[in-house]
Design a binder for this molecule. Structure first.
Ligand code: ADP
Length: 360
């Protein structure tokens, strides 16, 4: 007999996060493996245990082990649903994973080399342990499939060898969840909604009539707002100089892992730590974050032809009154508009999308 529970897996490079949902889509348990690549930890609910997690395979095995200690085996589930960062131009809706869909996710590895390989490894690990268990995937890029060409294209020539070099946008699952749940607070969905997902990764999205029409991230999750460790918007000419100066690998590491709030503050990528620090550099990093969030928001407001409401989500967006207030203050030239705070609900969105696929 098929099970009732859906396990959502978000497999990243240094952590694997899972959330278990029951047949009513209520969250019953979270298990996370962090610190992959060394001595990490497996957290089951509120309890955390150190664990040797040399690689992703070990981390997944540790999670499945922790699950089975809670009386849940993979084969007893209804389905596993994966968060997949990149679906390219082909995968613009949630899908049940078939060999063709698995291949399409693999075809997007060149677009998301830091993410999609980890999702595939998790998909394959589940297939090996429970070959008959349905697996689904929700794509972070999918919500942005409605962005018009004018906003999507870089001003590059139309050549076959440049195919795929376009703006995709990310955090789509979070924005889809926000659009679904915001009316619980706002009544009807605001027509021209500026949404901020502010976490370690940060982006903003112009949502017109419930659909993405522009967003700050582009070809990769590296561009747009100042982030925890990612640089955000930077001139391609500066990147070219960095590649000449440091080489490709060091440039990639610098822009992805040593920049953003961490690079500016020299202290931390963590907003809470920066808010509690009184060094000038920490303050500058926070100011930079808020200034660029508001300044790029101006571009999104132009893309929507105005603004009816602002919504914040993500760890910073949900929890930091300081940041929300500073960003809203820098948008006060827009006049009066309501602002909302929405809890990030990526996992339940993914579980719900899998449930819809399995019941149709
Ligand atoms: P991720 O993008 O990895 O999912 P989160 O959405 O959990 O990350 O966001 C993590 C960020 O949220 C960190 O910078 C953290 O400091 C920040 N954050 C969490 N709680 C607070 C708080 N109360 N005040 C300020 N920042 C917070």
């Amino acid at each position: 007999m098929a099970g009732t529970h859906i396990l959502v897996i978000n497999a990243g490079s240094s952590s694997i996060k899972t959330a278990l949902f029951d047949g009513d889509l209520a969250e019953v348990l979270r298990i996370e493996a962090t610190g992959i690549g060394g001595i990490g930890a497996v957290k089951t609910g509120a309890a955390s245990e150190p664990a040797d997690l040399p690689d992703n395979a070990a981390a997944l095995a540790a999670i499945f082990d922790a699950l089975s200690r809670q009386g849940i085996t993979l084969t007893s589930l209804r389905a596993v649903a994966h968060r997949v960062v990149h679906g390219g131009t082909a995968l613009t809706a949630p899908h049940r994973i078939t060999p063709a869909i698995r291949q399409a996710i693999a075809d997007c590895i060149s677009l998301a080399p830091l993410h999609n390989p980890h999702h595939l490894a998790a998909i394959d690990a589940v297939s090996a342990l429970a070959p008959d268990l349905p697996q689904c995937a929700s794509f972070d890029t999918a919500f942005h499939a409605t962005i018009p060409d004018i906003a999507r294209r870089y001003a590059l020539p139309d050549r076959p060898d440049l195919a795929g070099l376009q703006r995709y946008g990310f955090h789509g699952t979070s924005y889809a969840a926000l659009v679904r749940t915001l009316p619980q607070q706002s009544g009807t969905l605001p027509k021209r909604l500026l949404a901020f997902h502010l976490g370690n990764g940060a982006s903003a999205c112009a949502i017109l009539d419930g659909q993405s029409v522009a967003t700050t991230m582009g070809y990769s999750p590296l561009s747009g707002l100042t982030m925890g460790t990612r640089v955000g918007e930077i001139d391609a000419g500066a990147v070219l100089r960095l590649v000449r100066q440091l080489g490709l690998d060091q440039t990639e590491t610098l822009l992805n892992h040593h920049s953003g709030l961490l690079g500016l503050s020299g202290i931390s990528s963590d907003m809470r730590t920066l808010e509690n620090s009184d060094t000038p550099k920490a303050r500058f990093a926070i100011d930079h974050f808020c200034y660029w969030a508001a300044r790029q928001a101006g571009s999104l407001i132009a893309a929507m032809g105005g603004l009816d409401a602002v919504a914040f989500t993500g760890g910073i967006g949900e929890n930091s009154t300081l940041i929300r207030t500073a960003v809203l203050d820098k948008l006060s030239w827009m006049g009066k508009f309501p602002s909302y705070t929405v809890a990030a609900q990526e996992e339940i969105q993914i579980a719900g999308e899998a449930n819809a696929l399995l019941t149709t």
